[in-house]
Design a binder for this molecule. Structure first.
Ligand code: NAP
Ligand code: ZN
Ligand code: ZN
Length: 348
């Protein structure tokens, strides 16, 4: 491959800055893509600043990638040069364990390879993500994109989309179910769109009532200000399922008490501090707290195909890569509607 360029952080304190590095030529089952768009996920910010204590530097973040195929290995069947491919949060796995066999590569017993800041299984290098001009990946870990969708608005589906689609499907959200979505950000707005599309009665919880009109446009039947105790109490013991997408520490008990008997609170947001909650809120309704992480490769393709059939994409603010540090700061202030996406043609 010609040398790759992107934006990297060199340590947990520094801003993203231009960076040059190398990627291998694609092997027989691999493709190379020229990246067109990459979404800015809150996980990129957690990772850049080492908030989960697992970061490796230098780090090129980015795992919501849409690109044009520029080379294919001799055994590639899924893609042709000139076509569009999408890459998400993982780019490899052991491909042999039971979860991998089932197409749940994200639960690989040997650990899936993350798109950035992980050790590459093929050449031992550190993976570099999508805030860059190109990527090389096995075709198993790349997805086809429905032709009717806007490519910039597709990029966030590769993380925010699948991370919310998968638990909503797993817990069978649909007609007759009352479902809560906590936090209206990148993940939250996709959860709202999917839960509405699946036919549930959807309540959006937010810390910011200025988002109410948007929430209703995106599919909420009701919007609740989570800091208003009376408004919260009005929904006590009524939810089948609540999906929590919040990126910072917040009270779980406020939501557990809204579950009805046998209800589930599923966490996808990843605050840096460990949570605490009252066990009484669980035992008194036989409630469950669960977690969910992205989705496997077949389910990610299913999600993209569903989006194509139902015309679902992310609400995006497209930015040049030179504004990515500003985007991180705005993300922290919840000042984004509802996902930043980098237009990689700005990377010179
Ligand atoms: P985001 O766009 O920043 O959205 C997070 C939302 O959380 C905000 O819009 C805000 O919603 C709410 N929020 C933020 N700070 C809060 C606080 N102090 N108290 C209460 N609510 C607060 O982030 P994102 O990209 O959607 O990511 C959300 C989280 O999911 C991150 O922790 C990320 O790392 C994690 N994640 C997990 C997975 C997975 O596989 N499980 C995948 C991707 C991301 P309101 O303004 O509406 O209150
Ligand atoms: Zn992500
Ligand atoms: Zn495996």
């Amino acid at each position: 491959m010609p040398s790759s360029k992107g934006y990297a952080v060199l340590d947990a304190q520094s801003p993203l800055a231009p960076f040059t590095f190398a990627r291998r030529d694609p092997g027989p089952t691999e493709i190379a893509v020229e990246i067109l768009y990459c979404g800015v996920c809150h996980s990129d910010l957690h990772m850049a600043r080492n908030e989960w204590g697992q970061s490796i530097y230098p780090m090129v973040p980015g795992h919501e990638i849409v690109g044009r195929v520029i080379a294919t290995g001799s055994a590639v069947t899924k893609f042709k040069v000139g076509g569009i491919a999408a890459i998400g949060v993982i780019v490899d796995s052991c491909r042999q364990c039971a979860p991998c066999d089932r197409g749940e590569e994200h639960f690989c017993e040997k650990g899936a390879t993350l798109t950035y800041a992980a050790t590459d299984r093929v050449d031992g290098s550190i993976t570099m993500g999508g805030y860059s001009n190109n990527y090389v990946v096995d075709e198993r870990f790349a997805h086809r994109v429905p032709e009717n969708l806007n490519l910039a608005a597709v990029a966030p589906l590769l993380c925010a989309g699948i991370t919310t689609y998968s638990p909503l499907r797993h817990w069978k959200v649909g007609p007759g179910k009352k479902v809560g979505i906590v936090g209206l950000g990148g993940l939250g707005h996709m959860a709202l769109k999917f839960a509405h599309s699946f036919g549930a009665h959807v309540v959006q919880f937010t810390t910011n009532l200025r988002k109410k009109e948007d929430a209703i446009k995106l599919g909420a039947d009701e919007v609740v200000l989570s800091s208003d105790p009376e408004a919260m109490k009005a929904h006590a013991n009524s939810f089948d399922f609540i999906l929590d997408t919040v990126s910072a520490k917040h009270p779980f008990d406020d939501y557990l008490s809204l579950l009805k008997q046998d209800g589930t609170l599923t966490l996808v947001g990843l605050p840096e501090e460990p949570p605490s909650f009252s066990v009484f809120n669980l035992i008194t309704r036989r409630a469950s707290i669960a977690g969910s992480m992205i989705g496997g490769m077949p389910e990610t393709q299913e999600m993209l195909d569903y989006c194509g059939q139902h015309n679902i994409v992310s609400e995006v603010e497209v930015i040049p890569i030179q504004k990515v540090n500003e985007a991180f700061e705005r993300l922290l202030k919840q000042d984004v509607k509802y996902r930043f996406v980098i237009d990689m043609s700005s990377l010179k």
